[in-house]
Design a binder for this molecule. Structure first.
Ligand SMILES: [Zn+2]
Length: 192
């Protein structure tokens, strides 16, 4: 798959899982939708999303060490966008590639501690502080390895597919806040 790409793409390899619940063809995806898992382990989140009894999936999960796990081939629809809309289109699953980043998401502060929704504690050095209505909000930082990988993957996908939009899940539905303010805005400008 990576033959012919510049050397920096050469180590962009994925672990492949099987996700047999997704079968509908995806032809010429023109959108990438970015998410966070809100889970504590990339591989565990990836396996969870392949389960037949779970009504969600994604094409890729990017682990905190930068590893790529592919669940669904890019020519098959994954279930990551849910009820969604963008520029007059609904159900973005029909048009998009979904990428999940292993990240605990929004955190709550309890004294000196920062706690994720799933109960896991996050070290202060891994906390990204944002502000909403004059109040601080706390988020799990993305790792440099993860951001480097997501940039490489987006560039590869833009090279291979007619990608026009690089969006956050929160851009296509008011129900969602992922990937959140800790995800760098510059990356969203990649295809502009
Ligand atoms: Zn999402």
């Amino acid at each position: 798959m990576l033959n012919g790409y510049p050397p920096e793409y050469a180590d962009c390899e994925a672990v492949h899982l099987t996700c047999s619940k997704n079968t509908r063809p995806l032809t010429a995806p023109d959108t990438i939708v970015l998410h966070y898992t809100a889970g504590s382990n990339g591989l565990a989140s990836a396996y969870y999303l392949t389960r037949p009894d779970v009504a969600a999936s994604a094409h890729l999960v990017i682990d905190r060490n930068g590893d790529i796990i592919q669940l669904v081939p890019f020519n098959v629809e994954a279930w990551h966008a849910g009820k969604s809309f963008h520029l007059g289109r609904v159900n973005l699953n029909h048009y998009s590639i979904g990428i999940e980043l292993d990240n605990l998401g929004k955190l709550r502060r309890e004294g000196e501690k920062f706690i994720a929704e799933c109960g896991k504690e996050v070290q202060p050095s891994d906390v990204f502080v944002d502000e909403e209505n004059g109040q601080p909000t706390y988020w799990h930082r993305y790792t440099d390895e993860q951001l480097k990988t997501v940039v490489l993957v987006c560039l590869l996908l833009m090279d291979r597919y007619p990608i026009r939009y690089l969006l956050r899940h929160s851009d296509i539905t008011p129900r969602k806040i992922d990937p959140g303010p800790a995800f760098p805005r510059e990356i969203l400008e990649l295809n502009r």
